[in-house]
Design a protein around this ligand. Structure first.
Ligand code: F6P
Length: 466
């Protein structure tokens, strides 16, 4: 399938992911403006230096992206695939976000779900087609012997499909999510479970964020397909990008927001900060209930603490996400109407995504609350101690991937245990300034042990050796 031209001049390093590093928005005059995204992968790839030898294959996500593909507007080093909108929706919303995300984060309310019916089979067909489109594009573009780094649960079938098209390539796959234990994974129909595992095992090397997720994957393979075969498995715990964060957190727009937030919070009060996308796995509602419990158990903290909760919209095409977002707002309002006083708003909830304001909140946080019911890593847990002005205590769920690296200096909680989380918040608020500052420094050191550039280069190196 490799074209003669690609074999000679095609890229040597390819990345494939559903969401790419750029997206396009329509302007009033019909022109298209590109918006560059951030994240570990973008800064990781920047470690390569020259873009000449790299290609990022991603999917067009909105109308702006689709139009950009049609007009041939594009960024160097990026190929966006215009996969039919209905196929993409069924693959992304139907399978990736409503099935695979739910399985790996163990989110189902099992008395009634999941239901693997005819509609599921139709969506599964779309997921296969969407994966095939990626495999075909990668096969067409890659230079002979190139390294291809496939990302995440959206593209679990790509390694196997690509291996058939281009046996000469080195293929890696990285999971940014947890992996389900076999007892949960086997909820999937047997043929689908096997297809997913065999798809992944088409890779030379698979990467996971923690040993826990890597072990779970290995056990699923032993359970369903007789083991890993020749595929190697490695752990790469993506860390925070300290250099970027510290610089960005002191730019004027962040300073402005810091002043505004301080005013909203009120002088002399402590702050418990959380910043999340509003995903079901982030456990925002139980976090609010734990804060409510803290105010009940320790009335001496009323008027003296504010919970700053940023819950940014995510996957709003899905009703269950919209309902969850509404429940977050309802719970916050309930706390404010029960405990609030004319001069004190116990919960400040913001739902409009604003990165500069998130950084401002990181800087002033006395306590960071990170309590997901399950999370691949959770970079917020790593970013807050890095950016914090005076050191902050971290209340951290033992179900977050970051727990493996940060548990020594965090206040660790069971995310389902609201009383226990309230006690954790109390312990964090009561920590002496000296202890808080010492722990925060150690947390920042652990959080930055593997910066994105090294995270990416390590994987590339290991794939080349595999
Ligand atoms: O945070 C885990 C993760 O899988 C990322 O790797 C990925 O970018 C994101 O979730 C997918 O989210 P979205 O559906 O908004 O693209």
């Amino acid at each position: 399938m490799v074209s003669a031209r690609a074999a000679q001049v095609g890229p040597q390093i390819l990345v494939a992911s559903n969401r790419g590093p750029v997206s396009y928005a329509f302007e009033a005059d019909g022109s298209l403006t590109p918006r560059r995204g951030g994240g570990g992968l973008v800064s990781g790839l920047s470690a390569i230096g020259s873009e000449a030898d790299t290609l990022w294959v991603c999917s067009a996500l909105g109308d702006g992206d689709r139009e950009a593909v049609r007009r041939g507007v594009g960024e160097a080093g990026v190929r966006m695939l215009d996969i039919e909108a209905s196929v993409h929706a069924a693959a992304y919303n139907g399978i990736a976000n409503s099935v695979l995300w739910f399985v790996h984060h163990m989110l189902y309310q099992t008395p009634l779900e999941p239901v693997f019916d005819a509609e599921f089979r139709r969506e599964w067909g779309a997921y296969e087609a969407y994966n095939r489109a990626f495999a075909a594009a990668l096969a067409e573009e890659a230079a002979e012997g190139a390294s291809v780094m496939v990302q995440d649960y959206h593209l679990a079938l790509v390694p196997g499909m690509l291996r058939e098209l281009r046996p000469d390539l080195r293929i890696g796959h990285f999971s940014h999510t947890p992996w389900a234990p076999p007892e949960y994974f086997r909820m999937l129909p047997d043929d689908v479970a096997r297809q997913l595992l065999r798809g992944m095992l088409g890779a030379d090397r698979l990467g996971f964020l923690t040993h826990r997720w890597a072990d779970a994957f290995t056990r699923c393979c032993e359970d369903a397909v007789g083991g890993l075969g020749t595929t190697r498995v490695g752990v790469h715990g993506l860390g925070a990008d300290a250099e970027f964060l510290r610089r960005r957190a002191h730019e004027p727009d962040v300073d402005e927001r810091l002043v505004a937030l301080r005013e909203q919070i009120g002088a002399g009060r402590k702050t418990i900060v959380r910043v999340d996308r509003t995903e079901l796995s982030k456990n925002i509602v139980r976090g609010l209930l734990a804060y409510r419990q803290l105010l009940l158990d320790h009335p001496e903290w009323r008027e003296r603490v504010v919970h700053v909760a940023f819950a940014y919209p995510s996957r709003q095409d899905l009703a269950v996400y919209r309902d969850y977002t509404a429940e977050v707002a309802r719970t916050a309002e309930e706390i404010n109407s029960t405990f609030g006083t004319p001069g004190w708003t116990p919960v400040i909830l913001h739902v409009k995504d604003d990165f500069a304001r998130s950084l401002a909140a990181y800087r002033l946080a006395d306590v960071a609350l990170v309590n997901p019911i399950r999370d691949g890593m959770n970079l917020v847990a790593k970013e807050v101690p890095v950016v914090s002005d005076e050191g902050c205590a971290l209340v951290l769920s033992r179900e977050a991937g970051a727990w493996e690296e940060l548990r020594e200096d965090a206040v660790c909680v069971n995310p389902y245990d609201v009383m226990g989380t309230a006690a954790g918040l109390f312990a964090a608020l009561s920590m002496s300034p000296g202890e808080r500052s010492d722990r925060s420094k150690r947390l920042a050191a652990a959080a930055t042990a593997l910066p994105p550039q090294r995270w990416f280069l390590d994987q590339l190196g290991a794939l080349r050796e595999a």
